[in-house]
Design a protein. Structure first.
Length: 277
């Protein structure tokens, strides 16, 4: 069994897009929720929605749609700030309380924007513990331009503030690292998003098969805006951010569908219950 997390955020949230926004930040992605639910429903898959909290102010119905359709809600910060951005650690307790109110206390898991959990933001884990969170999925055990912790374990482990990359038997939070692929001795991220759009499907499928063979879950992610790019406004980006954000974006939905047709995926809490974690 593998795990699917959908990072539900709006067109103005991705880190690579933020510096180039010139128009009003008006939410549009809520319009794609029904199409995403349909994709999951037809494949009989439950998923976890890591939601950027501020979206619930404009569209509180997103919470009901997620829960009523048998999925789970989790936290992706209130405004999609990187954890290592200045003063964010002081704001985070209030953000957790705010999201708890907005989501009826249903969130038990967290994912850092741009996978920005690293040595500079290890304070996160203590705060999650204090707020009774039970899992996190912010670590990519391979290096990319924007993130990555290549020393991290590949299967789920108990994470702590002093042990971000290895099991700590006293840790209270379960970390679900994102799936990676070993390629001629090098580790590359292979867990969805840009990598699902860019890597040949054969490699992505082999990645999942490899995790299944080793009896650990392949943890995958996809963004709301990748599944419903029709609600993404035209944004003029320089070459590289444009490539990373939009390359093959129209193929993301069908590729995700193909994975859901071929492999078993479920949500995080469901996985933890089934596997007594
Ligand atoms: Zn995000």
């Amino acid at each position: 069994m593998n795990i699917l997390g959908i990072d539900f955020e709006d067109w103005y949230h991705p880190q690579l897009v933020q510096p180039y926004i010139t128009t009003e930040k008006k939410p549009t992605m809520f319009q794609g929720m029904d199409k995403i639910l349909e994709l999951l429903n037809k494949n009989e898959t439950s998923a976890t929605f890591f939601l950027v909290g501020e979206l619930l102010y404009d569209n509180p119905e997103l919470l009901d749609k997620i829960i009523d359709n048998g999925h789970e809600i989790a936290f992706h910060t209130m405004h999609h700030d990187r954890l290592d951005s200045s003063n964010f650690s002081e704001k985070f307790d209030d953000e957790l309380d705010e999201f708890d109110n907005l989501s009826d206390g249903k969130s038990k898991g967290f994912r850092a924007p741009t996978f920005s959990l690293n040595q500079n933001s290890s304070w996160l884990i203590d705060k999650l513990e204090k707020h009774h969170y039970v899992y996190d999925s912010s670590i990519v055990p391979a290096k990319s331009d924007l993130y990555g912790m290549p020393t991290a374990q590949e299967g789920p482990y108990r994470i702590s503030q002093n042990s971000l990359d290895k099991n700590d038997i006293n840790g209270k939070i379960i970390e679900f690292p994102l799936a990676i692929k070993k390629f001629f001795g090098k580790k590359i991220p292979a867990a969805g998003g840009f990598y699902l759009r860019s890597l040949p499907m054969k490699i992505t499928k082999n990645t999942i098969k490899n995790y299944e063979k080793n009896n650990i879950p392949a943890t995958f992610f996809i963004h709301s805006w990748e599944l419903t790019p029709e609600f993404m406004p035209d944004i003029a980006l320089p070459f590289k951010p444009n490539f990373v954000t939009f390359h093959n974006i129209k193929k993301a939905y069908s590729r995700m569908n193909e994975l859901l047709e071929n492999f078993d995926f479920t949500s995080f809490e469901n996985y933890m219950e089934t596997n007594s974690l």
